[in-house]
Design a protein. Structure first.
Length: 259
């Protein structure tokens, strides 16, 4: 079953086409990666999935239903981490923020409290739970945002740049957490500019450029993809493929003084 099914989605901002008859699917129970250069359409895609943007045409189904037909029911099963953590409730304390999120999702008070204790310990921000989020560092804001989106145990988790601002040990911990969530049957979509993490974590990866998918593959098969039909040379990494599918030939230049 496809947890997410997007068909011919188009979204324009004035004369700029952010998504151009965009097609994209995600199967149940896997970790997928969606990568692309700045302005390629990744954030627009996520905002359409989150129902924050109205698209111009096309079909967007989550759990087999069109989002517009059951927005509340679908959103209860989603956990979406946005890249901009400034959208948190900055004038709430950390634990107040998580309590508020838990109540929105209809969790019982004792369950909220127990999960909050675990989450503060897991992300090692226990000492800041009674401090205003405004005072948190960038990394701590990312941690409280991550805690917010997994608190209600969603079925479909979408993470936009989840590793940005995190220290190395927390990155390792979050990567292990994502594998545990997958083992529990969760479906996960990750966008990240750190391609090695995408190659490390995902089962499938897609590259978006200029509002269209230009490459898709199971991640394990990336190094078997033929780069040169004559020599049968294969790609050496996801980065290799990314450059090939998103960079125009005239952009592959070097600085004159470094030649």
């Amino acid at each position: 079953m496809n947890i997410l099914e997007i068909v011919s989605l188009t979204k324009k901002y004035g004369n700029i086409t952010a998504l151009d008859n965009f097609d994209f699917q995600i199967c149940d129970g896997i970790i997928s990666g969606l990568i692309g250069p700045n302005g390629a359409g990744k954030s627009t895609t996520i905002n359409c999935i989150a129902d924050l943007l109205e698209y111009d045409s096309g079909i967007l189904k989550i759990f087999g239903k069109e989002l517009k037909n059951d927005p509340i029911g679908i959103k209860k099963k989603l956990g979406i981490l946005f890249e901009n953590t400034d959208d948190l409730f900055l004038y709430l304390k950390g634990e107040e923020h998580l309590h508020f999120v838990g109540e929105i999702y209809g969790l019982e008070s004792n369950i909220i409290s127990a999960r909050i204790d675990e989450l503060f310990n897991f992300f090692e921000i226990e000492s800041h739970r009674r401090m205003l989020i405004e005072s948190y560092s960038k990394g701590m804001k990312k941690k409280i945002a991550l805690a917010s989106i997994i608190l209600h145990d969603p079925e479909f988790i979408i993470l936009d740049e989840p590793f940005e601002g995190l220290d190395v040990l927390t990155i390792i911990k979050v990567k292990r957490l994502l594998q545990q969530l997958k083992a529990k049957g969760k479906t996960i979509l990750i966008t990240s500019h750190i391609l090695s993490y995408i190659e490390d974590l995902t089962d499938k990866v897609a590259i978006i450029n200029k509002g269209k998918i230009v490459f898709q593959s199971e991640t394990k098969d990336i190094r078997n993809k033929i780069k040169n039909e004559v020599t049968k040379e294969t790609y050496q990494s996801l980065e290799d493929i990314f450059i090939d599918f998103t960079t125009e030939e005239e952009q592959k230049t070097e600085l004159s003084w470094l030649k």
